[in-house]
Design a protein around this ligand. Structure first.
Ligand code: NAP
Length: 335
């Protein structure tokens, strides 16, 4: 091969020049669109970094910390140097979470987690629980209302007691705890209340009427509260996640109040709890008001529900029919 041949190999042909021109034009057009997003992302990251430094030593009360997303948030806040108070009914599971946290090789200063027994369905006990929780460090900086249960049944086949239970745990329990903690935050003119709702607080699915209703109620409560406390130094964030890989479906109730006990395919294929809890931490740090953490399908369903409701209802009717068929097949197999 002569030197001339080498030159021929590397020299751009006429076709390459066309592509280069196309890339140049595309870059020219897309740059002004992309630039504001890049600047916004950089500002967001800088803001989060600044607030993250201020997080150490903050008192964070997390409900439903004995498993799933709550357990993962316990890890995230603990590793960020927060004083975590973990609440749920199963105190032995909270002990396990505490032991796991204490065994972590954290790079920064950490505080031993405090565990407290809490039953969100025992509304009368919640003010006293709130008082005790406030007494641990004399303040609560961040309250994460996460504890909750789901349901797997049609509206028709659900006992009213099941609807009531889901509503009490998911909605009234969180509302009662918020009311118990809020006055101290208002008095100190600082604090953050975070509600873990669901994408089902934005749009409803078949076989989830009580769950969707409770999450819609939580979203509405959060929205009203946010506006009321905005000038009192208290922040409110409502998080609406899509499917997360937890035991939510295993722990869900059936229409007659039994435990469903099965892992749904959608839940098994859901987001990793760690990823969601880190996004929640950033949402709290960034004082974000309303955050959907989900795949594109859930986001599409959300917009479809409001922009083209009849199409959304048609999809849901088909989904309900499919679920009904699947249920019939399962019942046949069980016989
Ligand atoms: N997994 C998902 O796909 C998904 C999607 C969107 C939103 N969410 C929401 O995320 C939150 C956490 O659920 P998860 O997915 O982590 O499910 P999970 O693993 O079943 O955890 C639920 C937590 O709630 C607690 N809880 C249930 N009933 C309670 C009661 N009566 N009093 C106090 N605590 C109670 C449980 O603790 P004890 O049993 O020890 O009391 C447990 O720690 C829920 O609000 C759920 O609606 C989950």
């Amino acid at each position: 091969m002569t030197l001339d041949d080498v030159g021929k190999c590397v020299a751009p042909g006429a076709g390459d020049t066309d592509w280069n021109a196309l890339y140049f034009i595309l870059g020219l057009v897309l740059m002004p669109i992309a630039l504001p997003f890049v600047v916004m992302e950089c500002c967001y990251r800088l803001r989060i970094k600044k607030y993250r430094n201020e997080l150490a030593g903050k008192v964070v009360l997390i409900t439903g910390a004995s498993s799933g997303l709550g357990e993962s948030m316990a890890h995230t806040f603990y590793k960020a140097g927060c004083k975590v108070i973990l609440a749920a009914r199963r105190t032995q599971e909270l002990e396990r979470v505490k032991t796991d946290l204490m065994a972590l090789d954290a790079s920064s200063v950490t505080y031993p987690p405090v565990i407290m027994s809490l039953d969100l369905s025992d509304l009368k006990e919640i003010p006293a629980f709130g008082h005790r929780a406030l007494g641990v460090y004399n303040q609560i900086d961040i309250l994460v209302n996460n504890g909750g249960i789901s349901v797997r049944a049609t509206a028709e086949s659900s006992d009213l007691d099941v609807d009531l239970k889901v509503m009490v745990v998911n909605y009234f329990g969180s509302v009662a705890l918020t009311k118990a903690i809020l006055p101290s935050m208002i008095q100190r003119k600082t604090g953050h209340i975070c509600f873990i709702s669901s994408v089902q607080g934005k749009f409803s699915l078949p076989y989830r009427s009580a769950y969707s209703a409770s999450k819609h109620a939580l979203q509405a409560f959060a929205d009203s509260l946010r506006s009321e406390v905005a000038n009192k130094g208290v922040q409110v964030t409502c998080i609406s996640p899509g499917y997360i890989r937890t035991k939510l479906s295993m722990n869900a109730l059936t229409g007659d109040g039994k435990t469903y006990g099965k892992m749904d395919k959608t839940t098994a294929l859901g987001m990793a709890p760690k990823k969601v809890s880190e996004r929640i931490l950033n949402a709290i740090l960034g004082k974000e008001k309303d955050v959907m953490i989900s795949d594109l399908q859930a986001k599409f369903a959300y917009y479809l529900r409001y922009l083209c409701p009849s199409f959304y209802f048609w999809i849901m009717e088909n989904r309900a029919r499919r679920l009904e068929k699947e249920e019939a097949i399962e019942q046949k197999k069980a016989k």
